[in-house]
Design a protein around this ligand. Sequence first.
Ligand SMILES: Cc1ncc(COP(=O)(O)O)c(C=O)c1O
Length: 339
Amino acid sequence: MKEIDWSNLSFGYMKTDYNVRCYYRDGKWGELELCSEETLNIHMAATCLHYGQEAFEGLKAYRGKDGKIRIFRPEANAERLQSTCRGILMPEFPTEMFCEAVKKVVKANERFIPPYESGASLYIRPLLIGTGAQVGVHPAKEYLFVVFVTPVGPYFKGGFATNPYVIIRQYDRAAPLGTGTFKVGGNYAASLRANKMAHDAGYASEFYLDAKEKKYIDECGAANFFGIKNNTYITPLSTSILPSITNRSLMQLAEDMGLKVERRPIPEEELTTFEEAGACGTAAVISPIERIDDLENQKSYVIAKDGKPGPISEKLYHKLRAIQYGDEPDPYGWVTVID
Ligand SMILES: Cc1ncc(COP(=O)(O)O)c(C=O)c1O
């Protein structure tokens, strides 16, 4: 096999040796199967192809300095997938089987887990799709759960740095009582135009306000938002954002550092008051926000006045990464270690 250049990995798909699959038939889930085939053979009338019965997850495995492999909070991803399943009427995949499948696929592809020094990791992508044929708009009777992995590079190649974001008002990602809190493909289809607009204009990502009033902060692309001021970590409370596992972990760490934590609606104008702000998610842990432009209102909220990440964001980032890579103790049992 060709040697992998660990220091030049991007966030893209690389073929690995195995994926794990599990079929739902006759009202129950079957056994986990190890598979080396990359493609799926599904019915052309499968509900995932027509009616968006599709859910996915994203988490990572890290190789520690001690050579051990650590998976970050797989139980939380299992629970979020179950919530998504309830949201679009798919059968829930049990937590224990989810964690077993994740461990199995990581172990089977061990040679693709980047070394500690590279700062890279193994991205884990579980998905659950309706495979049963259906022409009317109804949930399928058959489903397939798959989990595959691919090595991905470190988010910050040139070091932890700030990025500009742009408020997009032309398109909504999710309706207030829609599927925004679920991780379904349709939300990402709805975000493609806004995402392209932001990238074409040179921004790191699009920034969403609430769809109803366009008054409160929702999310930044595929990441949650947090702001910091007066020793307080503030993150939006909204019915249309994805409950980020990174955000939940950062709220805990912020509290441990002596910060107050607030989850509440954040009006756009409050952006002028933050000392620091960031986009948080599995991909980057924290992507510190330099500024947020509201082009239609000719406003620019500059958060990182000197262009650098703030001290609290930096501390939170290093703390969470240290837990993920096993450099520091894991007081909450977030990490599953694979020997
Ligand atoms: C829309 C959206 N928001 C937030 C997040 C961050 O969630 P997490 O921290 O669980 O990766 C993601 C990524 O999964 C996402 O796609």
